[in-house]
Design a binder for this molecule. Sequence first.
Ligand code: SF4
Length: 464
Amino acid sequence: MSRTFYIETFGCQMNAHDSEKVVGTLLQEGYTQVIDEADASLILYNTCSIRDKAEQKVFHRLDVYKRLQGEGKRFAVIGCVAQQEGTKIFDRAPHVTLVAGSSSYRNLPQMLDRLEAGEKRITGLDDRDTDETFDTEFTARNNPHRGYITIIEGCDKFCAYCVVPYTRGKERSRTSASVLAEAQRIAQMGYTEIQLLGQNVNSYVDPSGKRNFADLLSAVGEVPGIQRVRFTTSHPRQFTKDIVDAIAERPVLCDHIHLPVQSGSSNVLKAMQREYTREWYLERIAWIQAAKRDISITTDIIVGFPGETDKDFEDTITLLDAAKYDSVFGFKYSPRPNTPAIHMHDAIPEEVKVERLAILNARQREIQREHYARHMDELVEVMVESNTLNPRGQFTGRSSQNKTVNFTMEPGIEPPPMGSYLDVRIDKIFPSSLAGFAASRPKAASPALLAQQALNARFTSAAG
Ligand code: SF4
């Protein structure tokens, strides 16, 4: 049977980048990627268990495609649901052959050998205590503009609602030398933007003892060819002022910080085991707001955590006003297996959660409408992300603050190359985007990036 694979990814950016590395490993092992389950000999689902919905989707997919087993196809469930459910997946979906958590991906070549030798039940579930990270030179980068680099894997925080410490294992960082070597490889491929990834990037501890997170950030920004450096996600507990100082001093470091607060109430934060208070968090926000650069702040918020009173929720709303976020990812609390919060009393009724989320979103929308007005008439540098016109006759780019900027160009001018940079004069403000007109010619994307994009496009059409 041909060695072809199909992969579908659920969940967060860490998962998306893990899939890039898994794809790179499979290609290196001689497999070919296809974009339709029907053409694949191996079907992989890289799963997410942060919310119940994503988990149900995977089992639904497995049910729907069960019939393909008769055609000799193999199924692999990898990622957080694999780690969480373990061998129970074989009971629920007996046509699955491989179940592996993210801490085991570095053993993927051996697991693939066993799969090809005809083994029916292969697991990679026992590596959560490892100190090793999944470093590979073989990464199939899907994003045409932005190169992702994982600097830290796992999480030691054990927030009461979260499955990640159980599914991704303990915190372990890569050496700064290996991160910088990857940044250089990415820059040589022509990427100008790098995003450093980790469940908590600012918990980064260089095993070689050379650099803390702020130093690493600055060092990545010094790699020749790199014009933008982003990072996600930060934890308030280990968020230090030198990160803000580094961003304020170096334009190459994007002026955007995602700092998940989860709740504006110290009581709820305590119950969530976040180990900081509202005041502690607001102190960090004050550092960012006092920086000499305008740094955009975004966050995650959970509403309806067990025991959240009307007053607690009101504290979250007043925190929105104080922090003046540029974007908020709001979620209703959903209990996850194996987490302490599942045993907590005082569950909040679904209709209250729905109402609180609606209030949160409505208030945040008003704040964004007011707060985005600061960009009116500003000259904003964007990286071009789409050079086909949208229905309003605009191209799309992204600012250093990670905002979507739609823009027009003078008639008769060639569309700007994807990945190129140009200045846009902002003349319209929307709650979640900005619009304007090009005020400069595109600064050409690097030839290496254009070559890489052409390669990605050829690969995608060949896969189809
Ligand atoms: S910090 Fe908390 S929410 Fe974030 S991954 Fe770790 S346990 Fe989950």
